[in-house]
Design a protein around this ligand. Structure first.
Ligand code: FMN
Ligand code: SF4
Length: 518
């Protein structure tokens, strides 16, 4: 009997040796005359266990990890094709505590299926949301998304239903769905992981967005650093077209929708929606002043939905199971689930999808398992390079948009980057200013000039040139950037800078800042 072996193909696992392990297992199986079928699946997101190899044994899917090429011989000797015992044995995949404790609504099939098999996707309840949506009016689809409480997962947390309704009601013979897959935030990989592991859920979400708003064309804008995601998305789009999921008659209906992938060069500011639209139009990635909103005048001046990958991928389950089902997860005004990406100096780095409401301390200490270095956690940066640093005293903050805002932070794309006590917070503050200076689109003065002056001010504190006065100047500069910048690149840089200064004042004493923060 053929034994199915699952080995991830996502770029995180490949970077850890998954391709070599797959080759070694295939070669060893031939050598031993074993009948195996290797399926390259997406990652479950437990990166400290990658490459994680699974076998479909009679008692279910069993996992081994992290597997190195050197382990392959002994795995066969141990009879791993029948779930034999081995030092890398992890038990049933779904029982691994990190996975078992999650609530996977958006990533429910990621890791389980062959990413480009539409049959696999359907067999695991894929397309049910779209099938329901095809029988609904655009108004009712928008209502379901609004009632679910879904807020944009790309950063600002804007209610998705309200955005869709604006596009739905906007006059225009051509409307667009643009998926923001630029994913520039530090420590984030959810967009990449789902595009590589379950691309049909994004295609399904974009078609539903089209149905809801009257858009017939979609674009996925991502960066050149994501070649595997681009390849897999393109492959899935081809399969979707061949199966009439995309094209002039979506699933046999009268509705037409098609989509393509566009690649940007990887400037952080091109993740900002208007800058992204300029980039897609072949122009420089400079931020546009709003109004007009992209919902009214977006891509090529037409009404456009710009949504993050995870926002769009959360839609199929809402249409499948209903608004209440989704809304019942979470706390306060943060409804549903959020794929938290745990990264940095952490023992169990990976993707953890859960309902909003866990505390930051639970995420870092219990789920992440503390630092990889074994030293005490000193700070956690949440929300990318423009997010605030949280000290341990704020670890009881629940993962919730409002609670984070109250603590002068942001959730952003839910990237959690952990630092141990060897981190120099003044260096991190300098890094934030320098990052802003490098990535600024240059349109407005507080961001373009302020960030360069900000870097110099931090250097003066480090050199001991009237540090108290410089700290006042830094605070003043941050206020100007916060209130005078056109977009959040300049406007949010004060978050990392001021949180470092406020929570870690002892680090802002004169000392050498010789190494870069990255
Ligand atoms: C400097 C900057 C970078 C951004 N980068 C991203 C990004 O990489 N991905 C993303 O989805 N949103 C990013 N955003 C937020 C987008 O402008 C926009 O709010 C989002 O794509 C809307 O989608 P959502 O409503 O689904 O969150 C960025 C914003 C700023 C100011
Ligand atoms: S804040 Fe910075 S990135 Fe944003 S528009 Fe102004 S100069 Fe451009």
């Amino acid at each position: 009997m053929t034994v199915k072996i699952y080995i991830p193909l996502d770029s995180g696992s490949v970077a850890l040796g998954a391709d070599d392990v797959a080759k070694a297992i295939a070669a060893e199986a031939i050598k031993r005359g074993e009948d195996v079928q290797i399926v390259r699946n997406g990652s479950f997101g437990m990166y400290w266990l990658e490459p994680m190899v699974e076998v479909e044994a009679s008692r279910g899917r069993l996992a081994y990890g992290p597997v190195a090429v050197e382990d392959v011989d002994s795995l066969f000797d141990a009879g791993f094709l029948n779930g034999g015992d081995h030092k890398r044995f992890l038990g049933h995949t779904q029982d691994i505590p990190f996975l078992k404790a999650q609530t996977r609504l958006t990533f429910q099939r990621c890791g389980i299926i062959d990413p480009v098999s539409l049959d696999d996707y359907r067999a695991n309840d894929g397309l049910k949301g779209l099938e329901n949506a095809l029988g609904m009016t655009s108004e009712d689809i928008v209502k379901a998304v609004t009632d679910s409480g879904l807020r944009g997962r790309g950063g600002a947390g804007f209610p998705t239903g309200i955005k869709w309704n604006t596009v739905r009601q906007a006059p225009g013979d051509q409307k667009y769905i643009v998926c923001n897959a630029d994913e520039g935030d530090s420590g984030t990989f959810a967009d990449r992981m789902i595009m590589e592991g379950e691309p049909f859920v994004l295609i399904e979400g974009m078609i539903i967005a089209g149905l809801a708003t009257g858009a017939t064309k979609g674009y996925v804008y991502t960066r050149s650093e994501y070649p595997d995601a681009i390849r897999i998305m393109n492959e899935a789009i081809e399969v979707a077209r061949a199966n009439k999921l995309l094209g002039p008659k979506v699933l046999g209906s009268d509705y037409a929708f098609d989509m393509e992938v566009r690649m940007g060069a990887g400037a952080y500011v091109c993740g900002e929606e208007t800058s992204l639209l300029n980039s897609m139009e072949g122009k420089r990635g400079v931020v546009r002043a709003k109004p007009p909103l992209p919902a009214l005048e977006g891509f090529m001046g037409r009404p456009t939905v710009v949504n993050n990958v995870i926002s769009l991928c959360s839609v199929p389950v809402i249409l499948e199971k209903g608004a209440e089902y989704y809304r019942d997860f979470g706390m306060g005004r943060s409804r549903g689930t959020i794929p938290i990406q745990i990264a940095g100096n952490v023992k169990h780095g990976g993707l953890y999808e859960t309902a909003f409401g866990l505390t930051l301390g639970e995420i870092v200490d219990q789920i992440g398992g503390g630092t990889a270095s074994g030293r005490p956690v000193k700070a956690v940066q949440v929300g990318g390079p423009l997010g605030a640093y949280f000290p341990r005293e704020l670890f009881d903050t629940p993962f919730d948009y409002e609670a984070f805002a109250k603590a002068d932070g942001l959730i952003g794309h839910a990237g959690v980057v952990v630092f141990d006590d060897s981190v120099d917070m003044m260096k991190q503050a300098r890094f934030a200013m320098e990052f802003c200076a490098i990535e600024s689109c240059g349109k407005c003065t507080p961001c373009r000039i302020g960030s360069t002056r900000g870097t110099e001010v931090v250097d003066k504190i480090a050199r001991g040139e009237d540090p108290e006065m410089q700290k006042e100047l830094l605070t003043d500069l941050c206020e100007t950037m916060k209130f005078g910048s056109l977009c959040a690149l300049g406007g949010f840089t004060p978050y990392p800078v001021m949180s470092a200064l406020t929570h870690f004042p002892d680090d802002f004493k004169p000392h050498a800042l010789d190494i870069a923060a990255e």
